[in-house]
Write a protein of this length. Structure first.
Length: 96
């Protein structure tokens, strides 16, 4: 699924909006999420899951091709933890 697919779904499900307005809504949601995560805030979407940032410390690593030791820099990583509702929804067996 792409962002364009999401825009199309918003356009179809919410009557009375133009495609441009639907695109603006989807863009606003993603922009808000990016800004919250950048500021270190957690995002909790009920029935879907939690997005959080974790700080990883610098550490030693190894180049697998050459075997040389390298320093892996500190960074922030995004993690997603699905809600129990989403897990249950995903794992429901489809009728055959």
């Amino acid at each position: 699924m792409t962002k364009a697919d999401l825009v199309e779904i918003v356009y179809e499900k919410i009557g009375g909006l133009s495609k441009k307005e639907s695109q603006d809504i989807v863009e606003a949601i993603f922009e808000t999420m990016k800004n919250c995560l950048k500021d270190g805030e957690k995002i909790k979407i009920s029935g879907f899951g939690n997005f959080t940032l974790r700080d990883k410390r610098p550490r030693k690593g190894r180049n697998p091709q050459t075997g040389d030791d390298i320093q892996i820099t500190a960074r922030r990583v995004l993690t997603f933890r699905p809600s129990q509702i989403l897990k249950t929804h995903i794992n429901v067996e489809k009728p055959t």
